[in-house]
Design a protein around this ligand. Structure first.
Ligand code: GLY
Length: 370
C-alpha cells in the first residue's frame, strides 16, 4: 500500500509518497510532472551500485529517458567542488527550466542536488528519492537545500521545495544497522517534540522497528513526515515553530564539531544523545518531571541507540569547550543560545532563556559518566 502525505504550501504544494517497492513505480509517479520524457538523475557511488539500475528501468518502462551523474559517497561531497560539477553537468545535459532533476540518495545528495536545482536557470523542479531513513523522515521534506562551507555545515543554501518525494521503505533494508538506528534518532525526535502517542507507539513497537517490519516502518516514516509537513507549512523559512525540528540539535552540533564530523558520531546519533540531554535539561529547570528524561533514555537504550556521551568513543573536550561549540551553532541569535526544551514528552517549545551555568553543569555531569 502506498501512503501519501500532502504538503500544502501555496504555489509549491507537493506529495510525499511512502511505501514498499516505490522505486519500481518511479516512472509512473514522475511521468505526470514531465513536459518531455527525460530526466537527469544525480546520485552517489554507493547508492548507484544498489539502486540506480532499478530507477533507470522504472523510468524506461514508462518511456522516460534518463542521464545520470554519480558523485563520490560521503559528507565531503557536500561542498563547492562537487556542487559546481553538478551544476555544470546539468547545464551540459541541457536541462531546461521545465525539466525535472532527480536526487537519488541520502541527505548529502538530497541537499546538494536540491540546491543545484534551486540555482540552475534560477530554479528547476526536482524530485527527492531519499534512500536513508534520515533523509526519508527529515531532510527530503521541507525544502532546506544546501552545502557545507569551510566555516560550518549547511551555511550555503536556499529554500527550494521538491516537486515530489518518493520514500521507498524497501530500500531501508540495504542500510547498515548503525545508519538505520542513526536515522531512527530523527523519528524519536518527532514523538518527543510533538506527539506523545507516537512516542508510546515507538515504545510498544521497538522490536518490530528494529526488525524493519515494513508496516511498522511505513507508519514511522508517514507519521514523521506528517509532523514535519505540518510544521513546515506553519513556518517554511524558520521564523518560529520550525525551530522545534531542532530538538536535540544544539547539543548535537557541538558534539559533531567536537568529533570532527567524523564517523565517531553520526548526525542522527548526536540527535538522539541531544534529545536525551534536552529532556534532562528541561527536568533540571523544573519544566518536566525527572521521569521524562529516564523514559527517553530507556527507549533509546532499548533500541540499541547511542544515549549518552559515554557512548561516543575517543576523547571529548571539557564542558566549557563544548558550551563554546554550542555558541557557534548557526541558530544562535544575538549571541543567545536557543534551546528546544520540553514540558513533557510531546510538548517541546523554543526558548533563549536557559542559564549557561545549568547547561555547563549538565555537560560536566554527562562527561563524568564517561
Ligand atoms: N531538519 C530541520 C528542518 O528541516 O528544519
Amino acid at each position: 500500500m502506498i501512503e501519501t502525505v500532502h504538503v500544502p504550501l501555496e504555489g509549491r504544494a507537493y506529495d510525499v509518497r511512502i511505501g514498499a517497492d516505490l522505486l519500481d513505480r518511479a516512472g509512473v509517479e514522475i511521468a505526470p510532472l514531465l513536459k518531455r520524457p527525460r530526466v537527469a538523475i544525480v546520485t552517489d557511488a554507493h547508492v548507484a551500485d544498489l539502486h540506480l539500475k532499478a530507477l533507470e528501468a522504472a523510468l524506461a518502462a514508462e518511456g522516460i529517458a534518463s542521464v545520470s551523474l554519480t558523485l563520490p559517497a560521503g559528507e565531503s561531497t557536500k561542498g563547492w567542488p562537487q556542487f559546481e560539477r553538478t551544476v555544470e553537468w546539468l547545464l551540459e545535459q541541457k536541462v531546461e527550466r521545465r525539466d525535472v532533476v532527480v536526487a537519488l540518495g541520502g541527505g548529502v545528495i538530497g541537499d546538494l542536488v536540491g540546491f543545484a536545482a534551486a540555482v540552475l536557470r534560477r530554479g528547476v523542479r526536482f524530485v527527492q528519492i531519499p534512500t536513508s531513513l534520515l533523509a526519508q523522515v527529515d531532510s527530503s521534506v521541507g525544502g532546506k537545500t544546501g552545502i557545507n562551507a569551510p566555516q560550518g555545515k549547511n551555511l550555503i543554501g536556499a529554500f527550494h521545495q521538491p516537486a515530489l518525494v518518493l520514500a521507498d521503505i524497501s530500500v531501508l533494508n540495504t542500510l547498515p544497522k548503525r545508519d538505520f538506528l542513526a536515522g531512527y534518532g530523527e523519528v524519536v525526535k518527532y514523538g518527543l517534540l510533538g506527539d506523545a502517542a507516537f512516542f508510546d507507539w515507538q515504545d510498544q513497537n521497538a522490536a518490530r522497528i528494529a526488525a524493519r517490519d515494513p508496516e511498522a516502518l511505513a507508519y514511522a516514516v508517514k507519521r514523521s513526515v506528517e509532523m514535519k509537513a505540518e510544521i513546515v507549512v506553519r513556518d517554511e523559512t524558520e521564523q518560529g515553530d520550525r525551530a522545534l525540528l531542532n530538538l536535540g540539535h544544539t547539543f548535537c552540533h557541538a558534539f559533531e564539531a567536537a568529533t570532527g564530523y567524523s564517523d565517531r558520531l553520526l548526525h542522527g546519533e548526536g540527535v538522539a544523545i541531544g534529545c536525551a540531554l534536552a529532556f534532562e535539561l528541561s527536568s533540571r529547570l523544573g519544566l518536566c518531571s525527572q521521569e521524562e528524561p529516564s523514559r527517553v533514555r530507556e527507549m533509546l537504550s532499548t533500541m540499541g541507540m547511542k544515549v549518552t556521551l559515554a557512548d561516543i568513543d575517543g576523547d571529548l573536550p571539557d564542558a566549557r569547550a563544548l558550551l563554546d561549540l554550542m555558541g557557534q551553532d548557526k541558530k544562535v541569535i544575538d549571541g543567545q543560545l536557543r534551546f528546544i526544551l520540553a514540558r513533557g514528552i510531546g510538548q517541546a517549545f523554543v526558548t533563549s532563556e536557559v542559564p549557561a551555568d545549568t547547561v555547563l553543569h549538565l555537560l560536566q555531569d554527562a562527561l563524568s559518566e564517561r
